[in-house]
Design a binder for this molecule. Sequence first.
Ligand code: ARG
Ligand code: ZN
Length: 875
Amino acid sequence: RVFRLEDYRPSDYLIPRTDLSFVLSPDSTIVTARLLIRRREGVAPGTPLNLDGDGLTLRLVEVDGKLLEETEFSAPPESFVLHRPPAKDEFVLTIVTEISPSTNTALMGLYRSNGVYCTQCEAEGFRRITYFLDRPDILSVYTVRIEASRAEAPLLLSNGNPGATGELPDGRHFAVWHDPFPKPSYLFALVAGDLGAIHDEFVTMSGRAVALAIYVEHGKERLATYAMDALKRSMKWDEEVFGREYDLDVFNIVAVSDFNMGAMENKGLNIFNDKYVLADENTATDADFANIEAIIAHEYFHNWTGNRITCRDWFQLCLKEGLTVYRDHEFSADERSRPVKRIAEVRTLRAHQFPEDQGPLAHPVRPRRYREINNFYTATVYEKGSEVVRMIRTILGREAFRRGMDLYFDRHDGEAATIEDFLKCFEEASGRDLSQFTLWYHQAGTPNISATSAYDAAAKEFTLEIEQSLPPTPSESRKRLMHIPLQFGLVGPDGQDLSYAAVEGTAVEDGVIHVRKRRHSIRFSGVEERPIVSLNRGFSAPITLSLEQKTEHRVFLARHDSDPFSRWQSFNTILTEATIAGSKRILGGGEAEFEPVIAEVAGAIVENENLERAFRALALTPPGEADIAREIGSNIDPDAIFAARDALVRRIAEANRDQFLAAYHRLEDNGLFSPEAASAGRRALRNVLLDYLATTQDGPDIASAHFGSATNMTDRAAALAVLVHRHCERAEAQDALHAFEVTHGDDPLVMDKWFAIQAAAPGPNTVDAVQRLAAHPRFSIANPNRLRSLFGTFFSGNQSGFHRADGAGYRLFAETVLEVEKRNPQVAARLATGLRSWRSLEPKRQELAREALVSIASTKGLSADLSDIIDRTLA
Ligand code: ARG
Ligand code: ZN
């Protein structure tokens, strides 16, 4: 079944009030829903009422307190139909269903995680709890009564503010929750179990005290303190930067260990994958701390962008997700280093969104059709969705952007809105026409900008020729021209931007070229010296850039551009081009060779104390094998790319050995741990140097000393990765793996790192290692985090290992995806995206990958989740 944007139609009935009662028990939970149903104005009395359902056992139905006869309704598995509702405007429909949380392995609806009852309703999980109009434009005020055994579940939570509680016979008790804010069903949540907690308080800008709590497994309370700190900073930041205040008396977060994605913004009761809550220096890396901060903020920010203003339908998913990612990016940029954060964002976008946009699963930021909405929680909707909001800010400027946001909050509070509603606010607040810009929401694919430049010294004129092109994507062969805001600078010989007297050819405003036509010829006059152009500064537009530039000019920008992103980009491009050239030579039977200037620049970066350490770490991180593959685009041989990249790393390390070693020692740990950006930056730079040094003569010794002396997980995991990836045949690597397992064997989240590091090991032996690890006692096919660590890392993060020339990786892929699908279709579908770029492989691997995909496609009874991904991948 295909859902189409143009088929949207308001429902015939509304549900202004929802009273739910849960009598919890693991195998048989009884859910009583009392729904106040209101016929929409203009709908004929008696029009049948059609509710959504999924796998429910119906026990009883009443209308206005009167039991219904079997003939008055029907309840096939997917729905509930009341054939002839009462003719009056409003009536009360009571439905009793029975569900089994303990056997709910799909982790959608009400399920059990480590003995804790919890829910995940977005996108369409609520219909696995009771029959409902399970669509985001049905806003209802919920009152929830939860009853459970006190021994099993002393803690009973739902959305909103707490109400009555009390004891019941037989050791049972109850709690009532009321959420005064009308909300869609996907934001419903319930948690019941035996958990520990940390408590705090936040006083909002208007002086209201909000009780904060984070619930975790007993004994792990201490590990939630960083998350709590991040929450309070998020609440403050949203007041200061967006003027948004929290609106309930309580804000609760619960960490659970079995969760399909990162976290969920349920009103007043966020539920988190515990990976994004629990942290201390012995168990979490700096990247984990940064993720926790970002995701805590993300879910909190949804309270306004998602909850107070929600989506009309699931086609509008980016309305809440793209915008909320934009907001969490801004938060992290303010809390940490803005340039470093920007580089990290771009790396993520390129690693996850570009391959999506450039492959068979490409879809617009606002899709027009879907078979399974769960498959659209993608990097395109989230990350490119955020980039689009960021471009609106670039085009409008900070102030008009803020006015547009204020108008949006003001005008649509309490509504289920659309992208058109959102854009209109910015047009009105700025007086600008965004109609061409809107294509960013509607057209899939990554636009390309190609540019050439010329300087006429006599005339003091600098000319830029710019051309935009849009590659075709599935079902969109003809593209319209986009409005692309390109931030730029003309860099002079001293590194400062040159001024120009006048510009001719297109709209250039405040350092931004507004590309709107296919071709632009832009002439800058009064340019006193020959400039080097720095284009797409700050990555102002999510495009690919083909800019012919000599290596010496790139080197100049890498050393001198005033825009830190472009500086990083220039050196990254040098490394990428060198690796591509190296891989071509290797494929031709030769050896990779590199210009000495590359290693020279690397050495200069390490020493440049004017640059933040985290920035230096990013600048020195060579592009990944997948990055190189994406740049090459077709006929990919992952082994050649691996060899070329490895040769480049060795070359840089060899040329800078003494200097890198000295810097490595200067950056040594001072013993005291802080998760803050500056400390993390020191560790990041030192660990990048470690990776280079590991390729030199006493590499294994340095790495195993690093491992042995590490006083935090960042250093420990970095050293383990270096040993396993670079020296797996050495005893040092095996010893470190063993030591890590002995220390952390009882901590599943830390063992995820152990699994992931091994799954990411390059080379032909990893397929077998992964298969062996799947039988490890600490692995579990039932837990999404374990699956992502081992198989997710292998299928999506290991080029040379997964794409083994004989296709063994692909056979493991098919086997695993089918096995996981039996329990959890959503996670299986996500794993299955690991082969989305199969068409860019060289012919032999392509054929083997196709066989694996076809073997999945020809399996009987596939879920909608998996068949959707596989069919589109093969199409
Ligand atoms: N809304 C959640 C978030 O972005 C994610 C929910 C994902 N749901 C899904 N069915 N994949 O924070
Ligand atoms: Zn979100």
